[in-house]
Write a protein that binds this ligand. Structure first.
Ligand code: PDD
Length: 281
């Protein structure tokens, strides 16, 4: 495997950042995970738009222009011979002597790009079985709309899910409404067929896959409601599902141990999963 690190393609096992990289010391950086399907990047424009926004919100300089960034992403995919998989891209505020304040403006941001293959059959198996989710209190900072590498609450929530035999954890707001998963957006389908997901305000990440599903619903004349929903509403819903670039659409079959609907992957979720690539390609 090959990784891109600050201007060089290096063997993955030797790919390293400096000990004074601000991403390493302060989680002072942002990232994107982009799907690769049939050897091509999926929704790369939306990922790069979101990267620009994350960088702007944190006042980190763009490491280079968009065309150059795309070239590196595609080159990393090609060098790793990825047909189906993921590209990971991370930008940090650069390397400087440890000091909380921003470094000198001449400090270049640091850029890392990696790519890995994923067996597409594994995702299909997960989708066919569905996942269980647990709910956890929201413990993140106030700006999870920024795709920051500061993911400690997400790491802890995901581990807690694993230890409970679940595949995802949903962060729940003080008022009992579901925000999003540790690495996915959260959705439900009502008994009369309306599809509900929380509005993409500052409290959740605006998932690229979420946007893809929103577009798909519009084209299929399915009813979308962007609003908060409670854990209780999700438990009583006809279906629930989660979305992300790495998992696409995965049905949720259990919430905190209780079955959703008939406890089997829902037809709406599976249909959306099946349709997603036909529109994103
Ligand atoms: N996770 N919400 C959170 C908190 C996420 O970390 C992600 C993405 C999403 C879904 O966004 P998208 O559809 O753009 O992947 C929602 C990535 C895949 C990750 O951290 O691996």
């Amino acid at each position: 495997r090959i990784a891109y690190v600050n201007g060089r393609y290096v063997p993955h096992r030797d790919a390293a950042v400096h000990v004074e990289d601000r991403g390493y010391q302060f989680a002072d950086g942002v990232y994107e995970v982009c799907e690769v399907f049939g050897g091509r990047l999926v929704d790369e424009t939306r990922h790069l738009d979101r990267l620009d926004r994350s960088l702007r919100e944190l006042r980190i300089a763009a490491p280079m222009g968009r065309k150059a960034l795309l070239t590196i992403m595609r080159e990393t995919v090609a060098r790793n011979r990825v047909r189906h998989g993921l590209v990971y891209l991370q930008v940090s505020r650069g390397v400087a002597r440890r000091d909380h304040k921003f470094p000198d403006p001449s400090t270049p941001p640091a850029l890392v790009v990696t790519a890995k293959s994923i067996d597409p059959a594994a995702g299909e198996r997960t989708a066919a079985a569905g996942v269980a989710v647990i709910t956890v209190p929201e413990t993140r900072w106030a700006r999870p709309d920024i795709k920051s590498v500061s993911l400690l609450p997400n790491v802890l929530a995901k581990q807690q899910a694993k230890e409970a035999g679940a595949g995802e954890a949903w962060f729940v707001d003080q008022d009992g409404t579901v925000l999003e998963g540790a690495s996915t957006n959260a959705w439900i389908v009502t008994h009369d067929g309306r599809i509900v997901t929380r509005q993409a305000d500052n409290r959740i990440l605006r998932g690229v896959t979420r946007t893809g599903v929103v577009d798909l619903l519009g084209r299929r004349n399915l009813t979308l409601e962007e609003r908060p929903f409670t854990v209780e509403e999700a438990r009583q819903a006809a279906e629930a599902f989660i979305t992300s670039a790495s998992s696409l659409v995965i049905p949720v079959v259990k919430i905190d141990g209780a079955a959703v609907g008939d406890g089997k992957p829902g037809p709406t979720a599976l249909a959306l999963r099946g349709s997603l690539h036909q529109v994103t390609e």
